[in-house]
Design a protein around this ligand. Sequence first.
Ligand code: SF4
Ligand code: SF4
Length: 156
Amino acid sequence: MITVYRRIYYIRYPKEISEKPIIYHLIKEYDVEVNILRANILPQREGILIIELAGNKANINAGLEYLGKLGVSSERLATRIRRDDERCFQCGACTGVCPVGALYIRREDMAVMFDADKCTGCNQCVLICPVRAMEMSLGEEWLETSEVPTPTPLFS
Ligand code: SF4
Ligand code: SF4
């Protein structure tokens, strides 16, 4: 069975290339499946995308390297997910929705653990946590260019 590598990325690219078909190249040249979750692309302004990439890991890395050479920065959206341990009261609700086991219960002491390395940045835990202990930060740059007052959930 072939395992499909699937991750969500936060992409920023300079206004100089805001009208170039970079997603088309990613699909065509690198055989990467692209699912655009959020987009903020205005002509002659910096563009920001949240995209899910799926396919062969080496191809995805090669595609991201190609983007990097064009001046496009990419980072795993998972790096913007964090848990506020002060708020978390270990209810376990998030472990039921995490599709990749990044949130799980450690059987020995029943503690809810967060493995940031496995996280794809899907946002499901942010939506379900009753005390908003799971947080996703899209940063000031998103707010500045998206012209919306607050970030909205990815999968509302
Ligand atoms: S749902 Fe929220 S409070 Fe409950 S274990 Fe997960 S992060 Fe903690
Ligand atoms: S965002 Fe939350 S639910 Fe989604 S993969 Fe990461 S830890 Fe799991």
